[in-house]
Design a protein around this ligand. Structure first.
Ligand code: NDP
Length: 444
């Protein structure tokens, strides 16, 4: 049995109740086979795969808080500190009822490789709680966040572990948590990212994931002798990633003709009006029917359907498992050349394989949406320097990072005889750096 298979069996046995974690480890280790086979003796002797699949520590704790009726509520808090070989643990805090240890471990494991790909010194971690922020008052949110941070503050720090936002954790929650950390530890330090601009946040963080996606896509096109100019782009979602991806694509001379939310989608052959989309989604927090009502060129359709529209480039930016095998077939039939993921895991495995087998240039979210965490790391740098960089400065660094990510994943795929397989390239490039650091640091 190969070393990869041995470790997969061991991980499955030890984590039997964590299907998402097993799925993530299986996907990553399978794509690493060529690099592991080339170094099997060294990695096996040093138990690299056993060590990289076992978190440094996983912390679980009680989060008691009082609701608006005076009732005590109890949630479960998590922080998985997975691997700090290349820098302090870094990864978001997810607040959602579906959160459990297996989900946090899966996200923390993936984060190791994504963070490594940014080329910045950040290790992998993830945390959160099964608390549901929907429908809670501001006071209840604050009560939860303060209680959560009261325990979490024992385990984090600007040089130890720097959490960020994620689903359910936005600027409001980060603010409450930062305030409580400061109060308990008596220190003002960059312990969280995604902070408000008045207390250490970074310019361009809001735009970073969408802009970064386009910087990488543009480089990929350029390296295939193409440009963004005049291309038709189909984008799903109408949230943070989708809005800023649309804006940057248009700045690059492409025409974005779709957007979507969880109830319907827009086809606007004249090109999406970003100012109107922002007004509808960021200001009014309304449905896309309002976009269609205000824009004569737009058609609104219920349900899902953006992938039916003929395009050169498709950028899924909404949610997981939103681009299915039948969508992949439709995209290929319509001549789509390139798919880059803005969301996390939006393309199913069979759809990914179909796109790759049919010559579509496909870059997964681990590389393509890394601009968000990269800019969080730039926020850490600014906090350490006690300086704030201009928007242009952060944006230029982001652009440089995304271009480098593309070349690193392209190069890693070529080195192992898988030219054009950017999914394997991303896993390999992220893995190599972490493993080299682990080997240099001895048994720990
Ligand atoms: P938002 O919540 O801002 O936006 C998500 C968008 O997707 C909304 O328009 C939402 O519609 C839509 N959506 C949600 N579920 C569905 C569905 N089932 N079908 C169609 N549309 C749906 O999130 P973000 O833009 O921040 O994140 C989008 C994705 O990108 C997520 O996978 C996230 O993990 C990933 N990501 C985000 C980063 C960031 O910096 N923001 C960084 C890296 C990855 P509705 O308004 O109806 O809910």
């Amino acid at each position: 049995m190969s070393y990869v298979d041995e470790v997969l069996e061991y991980v499955k046995k030890k984590n039997a109740s964590e299907p998402e974690f097993i799925q993530a480890v299986t996907e990553v280790l399978n794509s690493l086979r060529p690099v592991v086979e080339a170094n099997e003796e060294l990695y096996k002797k040093n138990a690299i795969l056993e060590r990289i699949t076992e978190p440094d520590r996983q912390i679980m704790f009680r989060v008691p808080w009082v609701d608006d009726k005076g009732q005590v509520q109890v949630n479960r808090g998590f922080r998985v500190q997975f691997n700090n070989a290349i820098g302090p643990y870094k990864g978001g805090l997810r607040l959602h009822p579906s959160v459990n240890l297996g989900i946090i471990k899966f996200l923390g494991f993936e984060q190791i490789f994504k963070n490594s790909l940014t080329s910045l010194p950040i290790g992998g971690g993830k945390g959160g709680s099964d608390f549901d922020p929907k429908g809670k008052s501001d006071r209840e949110i604050m009560a939860f966040c303060q209680s959560f941070m009261t325990e979490l503050s024992k385990y984090i720090g600007a040089n130890v572990d720097v959490p960020a936002g994620d689903i359910g954790t936005g600027a409001r929650e980060i603010g409450f948590m930062f305030g409580q950390y400061k109060r308990i530890r008596g220190t003002f330090e960059g312990v969280l990212t995604g902070k408000g601009l008045t207390y250490g946040g970074s310019l361009a963080r809001t735009e970073a994931t969408g802009y970064g996606l386009l910087y990488l896509t543009q480089e990929l096109m350029k390296c295939h002798g193409e440009s963004m100019e005049g291309k038709t782009v189909v984008i799903s979602g109408a949230g943070n990633v989708a809005i800023y991806a649309t804006q940057k694509a248009q700045q690059m001379g492409a025409k974005v003709v779709t957007c979507s939310d969880s109830t319907g989608w827009i086809y606007d052959p004249e090109g999406i009006d970003v100012a109107l989309l922002k007004e509808v989604k960021e200001v009014k927090r309304a449905r896309l029917t309002e976009y269609a009502a205000a824009r004569p060129s737009a058609e609104y359709h219920e349900g899902r359907g953006v992938w039916k529209i003929k395009c050169d480039i498709a950028l899924p930016c909404a949610t997981q498992n939103e681009l299915l095998i039948e969508d992949a077939k439709q995209l290929v039939a319509n001549g789509c050349k390139c798919v880059c993921e803005g969301a996390n895991m939006p393309t199913t495995i069979d759809a990914t394989e179909y796109l790759q087998q049919n010559g579509v240039w496909f870059v997964g979210g681990k590389a393509a949406n890394a601009g968000g965490v990269a800019t969080s790391a730039l926020e850490m740098s600014q906090n350490s320097e006690r300086l704030s960089w201009s928007f242009e400065e952060v944006d230029a660094k982001l652009q440089n990072i995304m271009v480098n990510i593309y070349h690193n994943i392209d190069d890693a795929a070529k080195r192992y005889g898988m030219e054009g397989n950017y999914v394997a390239g991303a896993n390999i490039a992220g893995f190599e750096k972490v493993v080299n650091a682990m080997l240099a640091q001895g048994v720990c």
